[in-house]
Design a protein around this ligand. Structure first.
Ligand code: 5CA
Ligand code: ZN
Length: 417
């Protein structure tokens, strides 16, 4: 699939330190330790509605990881999927009497525009589920051949992964069975489906149902892929096992990331799928998680249409820590707009407070589990010193600060956005 255009990434003097991130599977902040090329897979959208501020916040968090790794001297192989076939997409298309392919294409195009406007570095591989079906089918056939997957004996053609044979099951989320069953039922799972070996077995292939699109599947059985095998297959095809960060919002901790890991580990008979599982908190609105199914959404494209500077949206979302569940409010945007005005006034000067200590501070804050609020506070303090006059003044420092804020926080301070 087509990705989106890359924003310019200024080069900064020196290199930043090692990035530390919170890993869900270890329950603590750990040092990432990538090779020359860091590898990251972030779960992409299901394109049945426009990008809302929750999605945007999650992709901005992983964009910071991308930027901080590059600043530390790594190349980054970034992969993102598009779940361009799944139940919610088909349900929305049916509700609106629309072709599901056209709906997915339109929302994916809008997502690319939103990401471009927010200056998110594009993935090297942007991969759809539909285009991956032949390889997903091959992987499911491998699991069947190993006796790790089975067909439910009711003529539907539905295939499941037998998690009783997956020793690593539970290692990603570290949830007990009752918690898993709760989330499984809430988030698209089917614990009560009869004919399964275990209630927590996840679907790999859903046999064709009347009125639903279908592709040739394992052993020729028509149908469509399950959700978790999609991400396992795309990651295996692009960055392989043992990659550095598997990411998404915290609503993907279970079941999605648990099962993607278990599928891939079963397929390759190796561990781990990812070396760290990183999860962004949920953005809420009016006391509830912002979600397409609840419909309490603020769209990036709607704000852009109202003339809001995308850099203000970016700054507003980064003013909270990526791991905290936090509400979106109009005040957050107003504060970000005011902050941008101040920062832009300061970087437009010829001289200002010294840049090197700020660069050091930004690197220190961001490598500490992406402390963007801390990083923003440092830029505030620099701008205040610069605009207030007095203290040590350095010729050319505003230009370097503009580059640092652009490269590390992704916020361009040039001519009003
Ligand atoms: N296609 C799957 C992942 S393979 C999916 O979850 N799609 S999604 O469109 O529902 O969500 C896209 C990304 O946004 C996911 O990483 C999800 O965890 C994240 N996300 C969804 N809602 C919110 C929210 N309110 N706040 C923060 N992140 C969110
Ligand atoms: Zn995914």
């Amino acid at each position: 699939m087509l990705s989106w255009p890359a924003p310019l990434l200024p080069t900064l003097p020196g290199t930043g330190p090692v990035l530390k991130l919170h890993d869900t599977s270890r329950g603590e902040v750990v040092a990432t330790n990538p090779g020359p090329t860091a590898r990251m897979y972030v779960c992409g959208i299901t394109p049945y509605d426009a990008t809302h501020l929750g999605h945007a916040a999650t992709y901005l968090a992983f964009d910071l990881i991308n930027r901080v790794w590059r600043d530390a001297g790594h190349a980054v192989h970034y992969v993102q999927n598009v779940t361009d076939i799944d139940d919610p997409l088909l349900e929305r298309a049916a509700r609106d009497h629309e072709d599901w392919v056209v709906l997915a294409m339109r929302e994916t195009a809008l997502f690319r525009e939103d990401m471009t406007a927010l200056r998110v570095l594009p993935p090297e591989d942007y991969v759809g589920a539909v285009e991956t079906i032949p390889r997903i089918v091959g992987h499911i056939e491998d699991l069947l051949a190993e006796g790790l997957a089975y067909e439910v004996d009711d003529g539907t053609g539905d295939l499941y992964h037998d998690v009783s044979q997956a020793p690593g099951f539970g290692a990603e989320s570290r949830y007990d069975e009752a918690t898993m069953l709760g989330f499984f039922a809430q988030r698209g799972g089917d614990p009560d489906r009869s004919g399964k070996r275990q209630p927590l077995d996840p679907v790999l292939w859903r046999g064709e149902r009347p009125g639903e699109p279908a592709w040739a599947g394992p052993g020729g059985t028509a149908g469509r892929p399950g959700w978790h095998i999609e991400c396992a297959a795309i990651a295996l095809d692009t960055i392989g096992m043992g990659f550095d960060v598997q990411g998404g919002g915290s609503d993907l901790v279970f079941p999605h990331h648990e099962y993607s890991a278990v599928h891939a580990e079963a397929l390759t008979a190796t561990k781990p799928f990812a070396r760290a599982y990183v999860h962004a908190g949920m953005i809420g609105l009016d006391g509830e998680k912002m979600s397409k199914s609840r419909g309490n959404l603020v769209f990036v494209s709607k704000l852009r249409g109202e003339g809001v500077d995308p850099m203000a949206i970016r700054l507003a979302l980064l003013s909270g820590h990526y791991r905290s569940d936090r509400p979106w409010t109009a005040d957050l945007l107003t504060a970000a707009e005011e902050r941008l005005v101040t920062w832009r006034r300061a970087v437009a000067l010829d001289a200002g407070a010294p840049a090197a200590p700020l660069l050091l501070g930004l690197r220190e804050r961001l490598t500490d589990d992406l402390d963007s609020p801390g990083a923003i506070a440092l830029v505030d303090a620099w701008a205040e010193r610069t605009l207030g006059g007095g203290g040590e003044i350095e010729e050319g420092s505003p230009g370097m600060v503009g580059d640092a804020v652009d490269a590390l926080l992704g916020i361009s301070l040039g001519d009003g956005g």
